[in-house]
Design a protein around this ligand. Structure first.
Ligand SMILES: [Zn+2]
Length: 181
Protein backbone atom coordinates (compact mmCIF):
# COMPACT_ATOMS: atom_id res chain seq x y z
CA UNK A 1 0.00 0.00 0.00
CA UNK A 2 2.65 2.52 -0.99
CA UNK A 3 -0.09 4.69 -2.43
CA UNK A 4 -1.22 6.29 0.79
CA UNK A 5 1.87 5.46 2.78
CA UNK A 6 2.62 9.06 3.54
CA UNK A 7 -0.52 9.36 5.58
CA UNK A 8 -0.12 6.32 7.72
CA UNK A 9 0.74 7.65 11.13
CA UNK A 10 -0.05 4.44 12.85
CA UNK A 11 1.03 1.63 10.58
CA UNK A 12 3.95 -0.61 11.26
CA UNK A 13 6.25 1.28 8.93
CA UNK A 14 6.09 4.11 11.43
CA UNK A 15 8.16 2.16 13.89
CA UNK A 16 11.10 2.98 11.68
CA UNK A 17 10.46 6.70 11.33
CA UNK A 18 12.27 9.24 13.44
CA UNK A 19 10.32 11.89 15.35
CA UNK A 20 11.39 14.56 12.90
CA UNK A 21 10.24 12.45 9.94
CA UNK A 22 6.86 11.95 11.58
CA UNK A 23 6.65 15.67 12.30
CA UNK A 24 7.49 16.44 8.67
CA UNK A 25 4.78 14.08 7.44
CA UNK A 26 2.25 15.59 9.80
CA UNK A 27 3.12 19.06 8.52
CA UNK A 28 2.70 17.92 4.91
CA UNK A 29 -0.64 16.40 5.81
CA UNK A 30 -1.87 19.59 7.50
CA UNK A 31 -1.01 21.60 4.37
CA UNK A 32 -2.97 19.15 2.21
CA UNK A 33 -5.83 19.18 4.73
CA UNK A 34 -6.12 22.99 4.54
CA UNK A 35 -6.14 22.80 0.71
CA UNK A 36 -9.02 20.35 0.75
CA UNK A 37 -10.89 22.35 3.39
CA UNK A 38 -10.88 25.37 1.08
CA UNK A 39 -11.87 23.21 -1.88
CA UNK A 40 -14.83 21.63 -0.06
CA UNK A 41 -16.00 25.06 1.19
CA UNK A 42 -16.09 26.20 -2.45
CA UNK A 43 -17.78 23.10 -3.82
CA UNK A 44 -20.42 22.96 -1.08
CA UNK A 45 -21.14 26.61 -1.69
CA UNK A 46 -21.44 26.01 -5.45
CA UNK A 47 -23.76 23.03 -4.97
CA UNK A 48 -26.02 25.20 -2.81
CA UNK A 49 -26.27 28.24 -5.05
CA UNK A 50 -29.15 26.83 -7.06
CA UNK A 51 -29.57 23.28 -5.80
CA UNK A 52 -28.02 21.39 -2.93
CA UNK A 53 -25.24 18.88 -2.36
CA UNK A 54 -27.74 15.99 -2.71
CA UNK A 55 -28.10 16.65 -6.45
CA UNK A 56 -24.41 15.89 -7.07
CA UNK A 57 -23.44 12.23 -7.55
CA UNK A 58 -19.78 12.99 -6.83
CA UNK A 59 -20.72 14.43 -3.43
CA UNK A 60 -22.73 11.28 -2.76
CA UNK A 61 -19.78 9.15 -3.86
CA UNK A 62 -17.21 10.78 -1.57
CA UNK A 63 -19.44 10.91 1.52
CA UNK A 64 -20.50 7.31 0.78
CA UNK A 65 -17.05 5.76 1.28
CA UNK A 66 -17.49 3.50 4.30
CA UNK A 67 -15.08 0.73 5.30
CA UNK A 68 -18.04 -1.30 6.57
CA UNK A 69 -19.12 -1.78 2.93
CA UNK A 70 -15.96 -3.71 2.09
CA UNK A 71 -15.42 -5.34 5.47
CA UNK A 72 -12.27 -3.29 6.10
CA UNK A 73 -11.16 -1.04 8.93
CA UNK A 74 -10.09 2.40 7.76
CA UNK A 75 -10.93 6.05 7.81
CA UNK A 76 -11.05 8.06 4.60
CA UNK A 77 -9.85 11.58 5.38
CA UNK A 78 -11.56 13.10 2.32
CA UNK A 79 -14.89 11.51 3.34
CA UNK A 80 -14.52 12.53 6.95
CA UNK A 81 -13.83 16.16 6.11
CA UNK A 82 -16.65 16.42 3.55
CA UNK A 83 -19.20 14.94 5.98
CA UNK A 84 -18.07 17.32 8.75
CA UNK A 85 -18.21 20.37 6.48
CA UNK A 86 -21.60 19.50 4.98
CA UNK A 87 -23.26 19.20 8.40
CA UNK A 88 -24.43 22.84 8.35
CA UNK A 89 -26.61 22.04 5.33
CA UNK A 90 -28.64 19.47 7.29
CA UNK A 91 -31.14 19.38 10.12
CA UNK A 92 -30.13 16.71 12.58
CA UNK A 93 -32.66 14.48 14.31
CA UNK A 94 -32.83 11.16 16.13
CA UNK A 95 -32.30 7.95 14.21
CA UNK A 96 -34.15 4.69 14.77
CA UNK A 97 -30.91 2.81 14.10
CA UNK A 98 -28.58 1.59 16.83
CA UNK A 99 -25.82 -0.08 14.82
CA UNK A 100 -23.25 2.67 15.45
CA UNK A 101 -21.82 4.24 18.59
CA UNK A 102 -23.59 7.42 17.43
CA UNK A 103 -26.62 7.26 15.09
CA UNK A 104 -28.37 10.37 13.70
CA UNK A 105 -30.82 11.13 10.91
CA UNK A 106 -29.64 14.01 8.70
CA UNK A 107 -32.28 15.82 6.61
CA UNK A 108 -31.22 18.25 3.87
CA UNK A 109 -32.44 21.75 4.76
CA UNK A 110 -33.08 22.50 1.09
CA UNK A 111 -34.56 19.39 -0.58
CA UNK A 112 -35.52 17.16 2.35
CA UNK A 113 -33.40 14.16 1.28
CA UNK A 114 -32.63 11.93 4.24
CA UNK A 115 -29.39 10.28 5.27
CA UNK A 116 -28.29 8.01 8.08
CA UNK A 117 -25.26 9.35 9.89
CA UNK A 118 -23.06 7.09 11.97
CA UNK A 119 -19.89 7.33 13.99
CA UNK A 120 -18.01 4.37 15.45
CA UNK A 121 -14.53 3.52 16.64
CA UNK A 122 -13.14 0.12 15.76
CA UNK A 123 -9.97 0.34 17.79
CA UNK A 124 -8.00 3.03 19.60
CA UNK A 125 -6.49 3.91 16.22
CA UNK A 126 -9.44 3.82 13.84
CA UNK A 127 -12.72 5.70 14.08
CA UNK A 128 -14.83 6.87 11.19
CA UNK A 129 -18.04 8.70 10.36
CA UNK A 130 -20.38 7.64 7.61
CA UNK A 131 -23.28 9.34 5.83
CA UNK A 132 -25.57 7.08 3.86
CA UNK A 133 -28.29 8.42 1.58
CA UNK A 134 -31.60 6.74 2.41
CA UNK A 135 -34.07 8.87 0.44
CA UNK A 136 -33.20 11.17 -2.43
CA UNK A 137 -35.79 13.95 -2.73
CA UNK A 138 -34.26 15.89 -5.59
CA UNK A 139 -33.14 15.25 -9.15
CA UNK A 140 -29.50 14.40 -9.76
CA UNK A 141 -27.94 17.10 -11.94
CA UNK A 142 -24.21 16.81 -11.30
CA UNK A 143 -21.65 14.93 -13.34
CA UNK A 144 -21.31 11.17 -13.05
CA UNK A 145 -18.86 9.72 -10.55
CA UNK A 146 -15.87 7.76 -11.85
CA UNK A 147 -14.13 4.61 -10.68
CA UNK A 148 -11.70 4.07 -9.12
CA UNK A 149 -12.70 6.86 -6.74
CA UNK A 150 -10.13 9.69 -6.85
CA UNK A 151 -8.87 10.75 -3.41
CA UNK A 152 -6.39 13.38 -2.33
CA UNK A 153 -6.00 12.97 1.45
CA UNK A 154 -6.46 9.22 1.39
CA UNK A 155 -7.00 6.48 3.91
CA UNK A 156 -5.64 5.49 7.29
CA UNK A 157 -6.39 2.33 9.19
CA UNK A 158 -5.75 -1.39 9.42
CA UNK A 159 -7.10 -2.86 6.16
CA UNK A 160 -7.97 -1.27 2.83
CA UNK A 161 -10.21 -1.68 -0.21
CA UNK A 162 -8.55 -2.88 -3.47
CA UNK A 163 -6.84 -0.28 -5.67
CA UNK A 164 -9.46 -0.98 -8.32
CA UNK A 165 -11.85 0.99 -6.07
CA UNK A 166 -9.77 3.97 -4.90
CA UNK A 167 -6.87 5.91 -6.33
CA UNK A 168 -4.65 8.76 -5.23
CA UNK A 169 -4.74 11.83 -7.51
CA UNK A 170 -2.92 15.19 -7.56
CA UNK A 171 -4.74 18.17 -6.04
CA UNK A 172 -5.59 19.81 -9.39
CA UNK A 173 -7.33 16.64 -10.54
CA UNK A 174 -9.28 16.29 -7.29
CA UNK A 175 -10.24 19.96 -7.46
CA UNK A 176 -11.63 19.59 -11.01
CA UNK A 177 -13.52 16.49 -9.96
CA UNK A 178 -15.18 18.09 -6.93
CA UNK A 179 -15.97 21.40 -8.63
CA UNK A 180 -17.29 19.68 -11.78
CA UNK A 181 -14.92 21.44 -14.17
ZN1 LIG B 1 -30.62 18.32 -0.66
Amino acid sequence: MALFDKLFKKTESNKYLSDSEIEQRNKEFMIKFEQVKNLFATSLNNYNIENCQCAYPRFQQIIGIDCINTGNSFKCHDTDLLISMSKVYFDISNSDLTDEVTNEKWICKKCGSTYEYGWSDFSIYVERQKLKLTNLATQLIGQAPIMPIPLYLGLAGHSYPPLSEITSVPFAEFESYMTEK
